[in-house]
Write a protein that binds this ligand. Structure first.
Ligand SMILES: NC(=O)c1ccc[n+]([C@@H]2O[C@H](COP(=O)([O-])OP(=O)(O)OC[C@H]3O[C@@H](n4cnc5c(N)ncnc54)[C@H](OP(=O)(O)O)[C@@H]3O)[C@@H](O)[C@H]2O)c1
Length: 236
């Protein structure tokens, strides 16, 4: 397969890129920083790009993505978490920052893919349970992932030859969880304690373990209606 993955420098993106590279697939990866572990693979191609810089996306992405001519799979994984706090305490600047990366950069990438590439079999946007739970404190992150789910549903309606899904990957012991783990317990935000307990009990998969679960779910997703929101924890 030829696969495009955003956010490959660490966390889930690094895990899923290694998973496919190890199986001999060709991976085109994007993030701001390099990932030396992936650069040992001859079937890995890298573009350093800041997805919050829309001018840079317009200027630099087309040449890179055009190279293989088709994609079997695109995984829109890059994302950022906001500080855990109430929505009323979030400035519009903070909200805009997370929406730019978690939603609008993905719109630009999808638009450039369809204007440059003839054939794209499957697009998976990495969403989150936070897109539907509405837990207190998850503010703009939850809003951004709910918007991402709808963005994907709408693109599915417009592009019937490509299979789309937004997918919650479950919990992953990545940099994002490091941040949650560093927070003091707060009775307003009960999910902090729950996430810490899950991590402490050893039930939070490493990025490599989460990547295996995700890859299986991506295969199964093709049997679901295009545009669906899917949660890997409910996919058997
Ligand atoms: N961790 C969890 O428990 C969890 C649960 C549900 C959903 N998710 C979702 O899973 C995805 C991966 O999360 P993760 O936990 O692996 O996070 P992570 O370890 O923080 O990795 C995030 C990746 O996104 C890239 N990225 C961030 N901002 C970028 C930018 N401006 N331009 C280009 N790339 C950028 C980062 O690369 P650079 O910094 O090098 O640019 C990095 O490779 C995210 O969409 C997240 O919302 C995670």
């Amino acid at each position: 397969m030829v696969i495009l993955i955003t956010g490959i420098s660490k966390g889930l993106g690094s895990g899923i890129a290694s998973y496919y590279l190890e199986k001999g697939h060709t991976v085109y990866g994007i993030s701001r920083s390099r990932n030396e572990d992936l650069e040992k693979y001859r079937n890995f191609h890298f573009l350093s790009l800041d997805l919050s810089d829309f001018n840079a996306i317009e200027k630099n992405l087309s040449g890179f993505i055009r190279e293989p001519g088709h994609y079997d799979l695109v995984i829109l994984n890059a994302g950022i978490l906001t500080e855990i706090k109430d929505l009323k305490d979030c400035s519009l600047e903070e909200i805009k920052k997370v929406m730019d990366i978690n939603v609008w950069a993905n719109k630009l990438v999808i638009d450039l893919l369809f204007s440059n590439i003839g054939h794209i079999l499957q697009i998976v946007a990495i969403s989150s349970g936070a897109s539907v739970y509405g837990n207190r404190g998850w503010n703009a992150y939850s809003v951004s992932k709910a918007a991402l789910n709808m963005l994907i549903k709408l693109y599915a309606r417009e592009n019937e030859d490509t299979h789309f899904s937004s997918m919650a990957p479950g919990l992953i012991d990545s940099g994002m969880q490091e941040y949650i783990f560093s927070l003091p317990d707060d009775p307003r935000f009960s999910s902090i304690r729950k996430l810490k307990e899950t991590r402490e009990s050893g039930q939070m998969p490493t990025p490599a373990e989460a990547a295996q679960i995700l890859a299986l779910s991506i295969e199964k997703a093709r049997n679901e209606e295009s545009g669906s929101f899917l949660d890997v924890r409910e996919m058997g």
